[in-house]
Design a binder for this molecule. Structure first.
Ligand code: FES
Length: 95
């Protein structure tokens, strides 16, 4: 089980932490623990659940190029529905 810290100032007043296993997507963990995030398809297609990883390691499943262009992947953007932590993480949700 890994700890994920949300570093957006907006979430300081809400729920700045949640936990996630390496078998669970960040999106599923957030939804289960009441963290607000936009999403639609849950399969890496629409790009609505895009976040930025500030710190930490993760595995990324298949994401569409329209949802997550290659240049954004290089800048540590990812799709929460296809991202599985392999360490504690810090993320930005409102990017
Ligand atoms: S919900 Fe559509 S890409 Fe994550």
């Amino acid at each position: 089980m890994f700890n994920v810290e949300i570093v957006d100032s907006f979430y300081e007043k809400e729920k700045p932490f949640f936990s996630c296993t390496n078998q669970q997507s960040l999106l599923d963990a957030m939804r289960l623990q009441g963290v607000r995030i936009k999403y639609a398809c849950k399969v890496g297609g629409c790009g609505l659940c895009k976040i930025k990883v500030v710190e930490g390691e993760y595995r990324r499943g298949t994401c569409s190029v329209s949802g997550l262009p290659y240049d954004e992947r290089l800048q540590n953007y990812t799709l929460a529905c296809k991202t599985y932590p392999t360490s504690d993480m810090k993320i930005l949700i409102q990017i």
